[in-house]
Design a protein around this ligand. Structure first.
Ligand code: SAH
Length: 479
C-alpha cells in the first residue's frame, strides 16, 4: 500500500492552491466542501474563481508563487501547467512537512486526491494509486448505485438513537446483533423510503420489546424477493440489498446459481423446490420453515424465480406470514414473460401486431377447463404461457377451435436470459410437433401471437432462433 488513506478535518484550516485555471477551479470546488480556508496563489483567476474571491469565499495572492505562501497550510495543491512552478511548490511544502498534491504528477505528490462518494456523514474514497483515474471514477459510479442517497440519512438516524440503544442493550455482543438487525432489517428499509416516523416507531418498539425480554434478539423478518429469470443483471438493487443482508435464503429451484452467489457469504442457502414439476417441498413445509427461522430472529429471504406475485404463490405465503404476525416486505422481480420477450427480441405488444398481452398458465387441467378460451383466442393479442409445455395439446386444440388462426406465430423461449437460452419459432398449428422435435425443456415460456415472428429479425442475445418453417407475413395475416 503506497498511499495510506486518511480523512482530514480541514474545517477552518488553511489549504493553499497554486494556479488559477480551470483545474484549480475544480480542485477548489472539491476542497471547499470541507469548510477549509482557501488561499489561492496565481497572477490571474478564471471568471468563477474571481467571483468567489469577490464574494469573500477565498483569499487571493495575485502574483507568482513564493515558497513562504504555503506557511501554515495543512494541505497544498499545485494546479499549474508549469512543471518548474509545480516542482517549487512540491519542494516548499515537503520541506515544511505539509502534504502536497501536484495535479497529474504522481512523483511530485506526497498525497493524492481520491474519487469521492459523498453520502455525508458516510464518505467513500477510491484511489487507484494515481495509476488510472478513469477506473477510479468507474468504481465510484458503481459504489454510488449501491450506496444510495439514503445511507447518509440512515447514518444520521442511527447516530440520533445511539445513546438510547446503548442504554437499552448494555451487553456488547447483543448490541452488535441489534445493530446488524438495524442496518439490514426493516428499519433501514423504512429509512430508505424516507418514512422516518415509522422507522423511529419500529425501532422504539423493538428496543422496548428487547428490554422487556431481558435483552433478547430482535424479531426476524421475511423479504419475499423476485430473483428474475436467471441473468443476475436483472436483479433489482433492492433484491441485492436483501440478499446481502440475509441470514438465510429459502430459494426455488428456478433461481440461478449466479443470483445465489450474490447472497451474503454467511447466509444459509436452502433449496425448497418448486420447480413447477417434479420434487418440491410442500407449501406447508415451506411456510413452517420460514416461521421457524423468523422466530429464531433471522432475516429470511424467500427467493423466487421471476416475480414472486406472478404464478409464484407469493400471495399465499404472505397470507400465511400475516396470519402469524410476521413482518415482511416484497421486492418485485423481472417476470419470465418480460425477460423472455426482451432477450428473444419479441416485443410483447407492437402497434402493428398486438394490442395487449396476457400472462396465462396452463399448469393443471382444472385451470384450463375454467379458461376463457374465446378471449384467449382473440387475434392481435399476445399470450405468454407459463408452465405450458405439458399442456400443449389442449392449448393448441382449444385456441384453434375458438378461432385463432393456424398460422399464428408462436415461440418457445427456453432458459430465457441465461447463457444456454434457445428460441424456437413456429406456428400454432404445429406447436406440438415443434416442441417434440426440438425437445423443449424446462424452464420454457411459450409466446403465442403475431409478435412471436419478430424474433427472427430482432433477436440479439445468444443463439439465433430456430425457425421451424417460413412464417406467413404477419402484416398480411393481420390484415
Ligand atoms: N414467478 C415466476 C414464474 C414461476 S412459474 C416468474 O415470474 O417468472 C414457472 C414458469 O415460469 C416456468 O415453467 C416457465 O414457463 C417460466 N419461466 C421462469 N423462468 C424462465 C426462464 N428463465 N426462461 C423461460 N421460462 C421461464
Amino acid at each position: 500500500m503506497r498511499h495510506f488513506p486518511i480523512f482530514l478535518d480541514l474545517r477552518d484550516r488553511l489549504v493553499v492552491v497554486v494556479g488559477g485555471g480551470p483545474i484549480a477551479e475544480r480542485k477548489i470546488a472539491l476542497v471547499s466542501q470541507s469548510g477549509a480556508r482557501i488561499r489561492i496563489v496565481a497572477p490571474a483567476l478564471t471568471h468563477a474563481l474571481s467571483a468567489a474571491r469577490d464574494s469573500g469565499g477565498l483569499e487571493h495572492v495575485a502574483r507568482e508563487f513564493e515558497p513562504a505562501d504555503v506557511d501554515g497550510a495543512r494541505l497544498v495543491i499545485a494546479a499549474t501547467s508549469d512543471l518548474t512552478v509545480n516542482r517549487a511548490v512540491a519542494m516548499a511544502a515537503d520541506r515544511r512537512g505539509i502534504v502536497v498534491n501536484v495535479v497529474d504528477d504522481l512523483e511530485l505528490s506526497t498525497g493524492i486526491l481520491p474519487a469521492i462518494v459523498d453520502r455525508s456523514p458516510i464518505i467513500v474514497a477510491v484511489s487507484t494509486g494515481g495509476t488510472a483515474p478513469a477506473l477510479a471514477r468507474r468504481i465510484r459510479a458503481r459504489i454510488e448505485t449501491v450506496v444510495d442517497e439514503s445511507v447518509g440519512r440512515f447514518a444520521a438516524f442511527a447516530a440520533a438513537w445511539r445513546g438510547r440503544i446503548r442504554a437499552a442493550i448494555p451487553d456488547l455482543s447483543a448490541r452488535r446483533r441489534f445493530y446488524d438487525w438495524l442496518v439490514d432489517g426493516p428499519v433501514a428499509g423504512l429509512v430508505r423510503h424516507a418514512r422516518m416516523e415509522a422507522a423511529s416507531e419500529l425501532l422504539a418498539g423493538e428496543l422496548a420489546r428487547g428490554e422487556a425480554a431481558g435483552g433478547g434478539d430482535p424479531a426476524g423478518s421475511v423479504a419475499l424477493v423476485g430473483a428474475g429469470p436467471g441473468d443476475p443483471g436483472l436483479l433489482t438493487l433492492n433484491a441485492l440489498r436483501a440478499l446481502q443482508g440475509a441470514d438465510v435464503v429459502l430459494h426455488d429451484r428456478l433461481v440461478s446459481r449466479e443470483v445465489l452467489a450474490l447472497a451474503r457469504r454467511e447466509a444459509d442457502l436452502v433449496e425448497v423446490g418448486k420447480s413447477g414439476q417434479g420434487h418440491s417441498v410442500a407449501q406447508a413445509a415451506i411456510n413452517e420453515l420460514m416461521l421457524e427461522h423468523v422466530r429464531a430472529g433471522r432475516r429470511v429471504v424467500r427467493l423466487k424465480g421471476g416475480d414472486p406475485f406472478v404464478f409464484g404463490r407469493g400471495g399465499e405465503e404472505l397470507q400465511f406470514l400475516r396470519a402469524h404476525g410476521v413482518r415482511y416486505e416484497v421486492v418485485p422481480g423481472v417476470t419470465a414473460a418480460l425477460a423472455c420477450g426482451a432477450y428473444a427480441g419479441i416485443p410483447l405488444t407492437h402497434r402493428d401486431h398486438s394490442g395487449s398481452v396476457r400472462f396465462v398458465t396452463a399448469h393443471c387441467r382444472e385451470s384450463l377447463d375454467a379458461t376463457d378460451w374465446r378471449g384467449l383466442a382473440a387475434a392481435r393479442e399476445t399470450l405468454a404461457v407459463y408452465m405450458g409445455v405439458a399442456m400443449l395439446p389442449v392449448l393448441r386444440t382449444e385456441l384453434l377451435r375458438h378461432g385463432r388462426a393456424p398460422l399464428t406465430p408462436v415461440a418457445f423461449v427456453e432458459n430465457g436470459s441465461r447463457p444456454e437460452q434457445r428460441v424456437l419459432v413456429g406456428t400454432l398449428d404445429d406447436v406440438e410437433a415443434l416442441a417434440a422435435r426440438e425437445q423443449v425443456g424446462s424452464p420454457a415460456l411459450l409466446i403465442v401471437g403475431e409478435v412471436a415472428a419478430l424474433a427472427e429479425d430482432l433477436h440479439w442475445f445468444g443463439a439465433a432462433p430456430v425457425v421451424a418453417r417460413r412464417l406467413a407475413d404477419p402484416d398480411r395475416d393481420a390484415a
